[in-house]
Design a protein around this ligand. Structure first.
Ligand code: PMP
Length: 444
């Protein structure tokens, strides 16, 4: 296995030769919040799969629902009128869950990148139907991550995910992220920084000409860019700016939907109603590739009342609304509710964030601790706190490895250590994550 892992398998987001590195290791089992590698090491999975295994690895109702559905109907398309009963039940459930957000229609996809692609397409089409065909541009935040399809890559804020594939979609522009540790304004106060970033958004809109912009897409808490929670005034401010200029606000909640921020969604966490909301990941907890774009009543009506023929949706996937995925999603959402995982995410998230801040007083390599909004946290490691020079790859690899040997899987992204454990973790699990990281950092 180990030899073929290196020889035959190209790992996403890594140089081909990096698959030789250890960790990452070969995972062969999962139980509760733990995973087991090929050598028999048992690890608490503080990555939660890839921000998606909110309910852990032993979710019996989901397994049962999938098995029953595989037996009854493994596949049928939802395509121009054909459909399946599960996906109808799921859309009713989602409409009920998202009613307070004014999001009542669901468009099903096969994952996060698909959800982003669909939302961006729907945004352009919405303006076309309304006779504003010139609204084609997209705005997004630097450091934002929106998946790997061409539209998503075009709005990705991190140039590492764009430049290899250029030219991408023209008309995509990025404004500064509300990232207090490093930002072009040299502003460390979160509230003042939020206002400066909002002013930058408005400047960009005016510079581009508002009548050319279709949508602004943002993650309510930036995830892959290094867990960057904005000040609470940022997303409401962005909502107001978008409304002022007739620009749609797309919330990319592929990570944040279904409890991770301690609220049902990141948008609700900030008290914002987006026009479109992209979800995937935790909707099926890793049991099935699946996603859903939630559409607001107001946007949906524009499509539904269209008589010009422009409202017909020319997007969809073979696996949109897959009946097994829909069965998994129904069971996952029921468990998400029953176990009140969002409430647990808020309490355990506060404990984890406080514990990481305590580690910062002990380990000079920690330049910044981010989190405090549910169970997504990051440690940004530096070689020198004064200059904020990022720690080198070998050293962060050492922290990774020693933390792993201490029984906890974390994720390394650039000079960040990212934590997004299952939302069902206990206070004991939080203590274990902190003590393993303490050991990892002590190895420097
Ligand atoms: N948007 C966000 C915010 C994400 O974090 C991700 C994946 N990490 C995606 C989109 C893409 O999702 P997927 O990998 O399921 O295509």
């Amino acid at each position: 296995l180990k030899e073929n892992n290196a020889k035959r398998l190209w790992h996403p987001m890594a140089h081909p030769a990096e698959s030789l590195a250890s960790p990452p290791d070969i995972i062969v089992e999962g139980e509760g919040v733990e995973i087991v590698d090929v050598d028999g090491h048992r690890l608490l999975d503080a990555v939660g799969g890839l921000w998606n295994v909110n309910l852990g690895y032993s979710c019996e109702p989901v397994k049962k629902a999938i098995a029953a559905q595989l037996d009854r109907l493994p596949y049928y398309s939802i395509f121009r009128g054909t459909t399946n009963d599960n996906v109808i039940e799921l859309s009713e459930m989602l409409a009920e869950f998202f009613a307070p957000d004014g999001l009542s229609r669901a468009f099903f996809t096969s994952g996060g990148s698909d959800s982003v692609e669909i939302a961006l397409r729907l945004a352009r089409q919405y303006h076309k139907i309304r006779g504003e065909a010139g609204r084609v541009k997209f705005l997004s935040l630097k450091k934002g991550y929106h998946g790997t399809h061409t539209l998503g890559a075009s709005v990705n804020g991190n140039s590492n995910f764009r430049t290899q594939y250029e030219p991408l979609m023209p008309g995509c522009f990025h404004t500064p992220a509300p990232y207090t540790y490093r930002n072009p304004f040299n502003e460390s106060d979160p509230e003042r920084l939020a206002q400066l970033c909002l002013a930058a958004v408005e400047d960009e809109i005016k510079f581009q000409d508002p009548s050319t912009i279709a949508a602004f897409i943002m993650e309510p808490v930036l995830g892959a860019g290094g867990v960057i929670p904005p000040h609470k005034s940022f997303m409401p401010g962005l909502r107001a700016i978008c409304s002022k200029y007739g620009i749609l606000l797309i919330a990319d909640e592929v990570i944040t939907a279904f409890g991770r921020t301690g609220s049902w969604t990141g948008s609700r966490h900030w008290g914002v109603q987006p026009d479109l909301l992209c979800s995937a990941k935790a909707i099926t907890n890793g049991y099935f590739p699946f996603g859903a774009v939630m559409v607001s009543d107001a946007v949906a009506e524009v499509f539904e009342k269209d008589t010009s023929g422009k409202g017909a949706i020319g997007s969809g996937y073979t696996y949109s609304g897959h009946p097994v995925g829909a069965a998994a999603a129904i069971a996952c959402l029921k468990e998400t509710e029953r176990l009140q995982v969002a409430t647990n995410a808020a309490s355990r998230g506060d404990e984890l964030f406080a514990g990481l801040q305590a580690l910062m007083t002990k380990h000079g390599a920690i330049g910044d601790v981010r989190g405090g909004e549910g169970l997504m946290c990051a440690l940004e490691l530096v070689s020198d706190r004064g200059s904020k020079a990022p720690i080198d790859k070998k050293s962060i690899g050492k922290v990774h490895r020693v933390t792993y040997e201490a029984g906890v899987m974390v994720r390394v992204s650039g000079n960040n250590i990212i934590l997004s454990p299952p939302l069902i973790i206990t206070a004991t699990d939080v203590a274990k994550i902190l003590s393993a990281l303490d050991a990892g950092l002590a190895a420097l």
